[in-house]
Design a protein around this ligand. Sequence first.
Ligand code: FCB
Length: 469
Amino acid sequence: MHESPESALPGFPDDFLFGAATAGYQIEGAHDEDGRGPSIWDTFSREPGRVAHGATGDVACDHYHRYREDVGLLRELGVDSYRFSIAWPRVQPAGGGPVNTPGVDFYDRLVDELLAAGISPAATLYHWDLPQALEDRGGWRVRETAERFAEYTAIMADRLGDRVDRWITLNEPYCSAFVGYAAGGHAPGAREGRGALAAAHHLLVGHGLAVRALRAAGARQVGITLNPDRLLPATESPADLDAVRRAETLHNDTWFEPLFAGRYPQHEAETWGELLESADEPYRREGDLALIAAPLDFVGINYYRPITVADAPYEDPDPASRTAVDIRVRETWRDDVRHTTMGWPVVPHTFTDLLVDLAKRYPTLPPVLITENGSAEADTVDAEGRVRDTDRIEYLRTHLEALAAAMRAGVDVRGYYVWSLLDNFEWARGYDQRFGIVRVDYATQQRIPKDSYHWYRQLIAAHRAHRQP
Ligand code: FCB
C-alpha cells in the first residue's frame, strides 16, 4: 500500500545508523513545570510579531508528558538512534548554580526508555534555548556564557555519560550567532555587528570547553552539529563570485576553519572589516584556536537546501547600524526547481557536492553523521485518516541517494537522522511548517504516522534484511 523503499536502498554499509531527530523547545512543552526556568525562546516567542501567529513552545507536542508514546513510535519505526536535545533551563533554571533535579530526571527517564527500546541516545546539549538569565548578562556576546555552558555540560555528562552514546555540543551555531544576534529572526532577536561576531566566537569557545568537560567525564563519542550551506553564484560575474566568497565566510568558514583547520577564516576582513574585534574590545584570546580545534569523534551535518547568492549594494551605508549579516549579498530565487513550504529549493545533488567538497577541503574532517535532513510539506489528512506525503518521501529518497553518492565518492558518513520524528514548533515559523514523519494534531495531541513514516520504517527494515549475517 505504501511506496516500496526497496528501490531507494542505495547500499549503505551494514553498521550505518538510521535515526530520527527532534529538539527540546520544539516538542517538549511543559515550559514552567518541575522548576524549568525561562529560555530566550520563551521570551522571544512572547514578543509581538516575532513568531507566526504569536505561537510559543509552551505546550508544543507535550512530549514532556508523552515521551513514552513518542519512544514507542521510534521503536516501531525501527531506528538505531534518536537525536534529542536537553533543555539547559530545565537543568539550571538560571543558567548556573544549583542543579534542578526534576529537570535532569526527565532526561534520565527518557534515556532509559530509549535504551529499553533498543535505541541509542544521541544528546544535543544546546539547541538554541539559552537560559534567559544568561542572556540578561550578555548572552553569547560574553565569554562567561561559554564557561557556564561547560559547567552545565559537565553536570549532564556526569549524570548520563554512562548511557548516552553520542554527545553533540551545539546545534547550528551559525543560527545562534547570526540569525539570533545579527538578523534578529531568532531569539534573542538582536541586530548587531560586533556583538554577533563575538557571539560566534564564544559559541566556539563554549564548544571547546564542553568537549574538554565531556572528555574529562569519559564521554563515549563527542561532536558538534553544523549547517554548512551549498552556496551557488547567481551568475559567473566577478561581483557574484566575490559575493559567494563573503557568504562562504559567514555560513561556512567561520565554523569549519577554526574547528577543522585551527585558523580564523581567510576572507573575514573582506567580509566584515570594521565589525571584527578591535584592540580595545578584544574577544579572541591566545589559546582559543587550540581549544576550539580539539579532535572530535564525528561532525554532525544538517542539510536541507542550496542557496543562490548575488552581489548586492548596501541599502544602509551607516556603519553604526550595520549588522554581521549585512555583507552585500542577497539570496535569489530559482524557477527551475520545486520548493518546499519553507520556500526552500529541492536540489538533491547539492547535498552530494557539499559533502564531497567539505571532505576534500578538510582532510582532518572526522566521520560525518547527517544529524538533520527533511522537508516541510503541505500535508493533509484524508478521509481515511491517512497523510499521503509523497513529496516528503520523494525528498527523503532523493537525498538519501545523494548521500550514498557522496559515500561512493569517498566521504566517510556513518549515519542519517531524519528531521523530524514529529511535526513541531518550527521557530519563527511557528506551527505552520510541518517537518514530521508523524503528524501532530495540536488540538488533541494525537500522533498520526504519515506515509513517509511507513516508508522510512520499511527502508530501515529492508536495510536490516540485507545486512550480512
Ligand atoms: C534546523 C534546526 C531544526 C529545524 C530545522 C528545520 O535549522 O536545527 O531545529 O528547525 O532547521
